[in-house]
Design a protein around this ligand. Sequence first.
Ligand code: ADP
Ligand code: MG
Length: 452
Amino acid sequence: MDNIKYDKIAAWKVVYNNLKKVLPGHAIHAWFDPIKPISFNSEVMVLGVPSQFFLEWIDSHYSDHVQNVLNNIYNSGVQYRFIVQKSQPEIIKNESIEKETPKKSTSRFNNLNSKYTFDKFIVGDNNEFAKTASESVSKNPGENNFNPLIIYGGVGLGKTHLMHAIGNSALEKFPSLKIVNITSEQFTLDFVNSLRKNKTIEFAQNYRSADVLLIDDIQFFRGKEQTQEQFFHTFNVLHQSGKQIVLTADKFPGEMKGLQTRLLSRFQSGLSVDVQPPNFEVRVAILLEKAEQNGLTLDYSIIEFIAKHIKNNVRDLEGTIIRILAKSSLMNIEIDNNLVADVIKERVGNDFGNDVSIENIVKKVSQLSKVSEKEIIGKSRKMEIAEARQLSMYLCRDIMGTSLMNIGVYFGGRDHTTVMHAVKTIDNKKTTDIKMKKMITSVRQELGFSFL
Ligand code: ADP
Ligand code: MG
């Protein structure tokens, strides 16, 4: 019995499975999948991690979780210890570039990208709901309340990925489903061609016989009245016969301009879910995954460096990995901090490292609050202006730790007690005022400080 009890691999598996119950998937993937059990006895479980950075991170972020799980399993007070086990040196598989860049692998009939699956989709707070809803739709297409399902959000945040994942997964479960997957531009083109060739009936039949209709980027229907008309009828036919419709868009449907109101009101009968930019930890998890997919082992300090500077979207993160790989193998140089810094500078341009300043904070607040920068640093006591000013002061303090006095000087020569009052006011407001909380999050995110 003792043999089983102290079998390090089996024991680690139990701990791992219990951690899975309490930590989000991306954390498990980034920080626990790479762990190798080294030894285990009645007192300590020794766990190998790939680098010092990794060790410090996991120790400072997850040590309580690990210890709690151990306490739950072994009442006897088993402790754990991490040690660094150097992984193999950086491996760059040159052939992976050639392998990855040519055309996307797609299934033959429905041009679904077979790489866009749920298990390759990394989940964080920013996209968890969208993924859950998508999975649920793929399990019972048409037979749920999420019809249409609309996935919306900025570029490169995984909308197309999720939509294809719905198609791929539904097809796996129900191989005979007819899935029609198309971008709104292709739909438009198809329609225009059918008009030209007098084949509108065939056009309509093709779309209306779908079991699952996936249309990407419906914002491009904007201003195309006749196409919208066609889409409206197709939508109704499918919806009434309980077929699943999934759409993606760059904005919340209610805020979309140039789409007919009757269409927008149809959309309300379903569910709209958003994808947001990933926070720091999710970016780390995505980078680890993308590096692995490309056969690249990067030092954790490099991963952290990239995640700190490339913040906007997943496509950029992916592009950065590919660019690093390409640069290193084409120029035949090692991947080190310099190379990575060069690539990042290329990608973020002048914003590199100097995007955080009082000016920039005021600018962002001005954009969000619609109060001009001049007013923010001016004297007016009008409520919305004073609030934008207080918010800017709060963020300077919060993000940069600027002294109260310096903040006061910048904002029109106010004294430090005024600044202190402003910081306190916003600190209180952010717990009750959702709009305020959103603005804070959004400025922090844009400046790359959402992770602090
Ligand atoms: P969008 O349609 O929102 O512009 P895409 O779905 O095309 O974005 O995503 C851009 C790239 O980033 C794709 O290669 C996709 O696989 C990848 N990607 C986006 N989100 C994630 C995620 N959460 N996990 C893994 N890869 C992602
Ligand atoms: Mg897309």
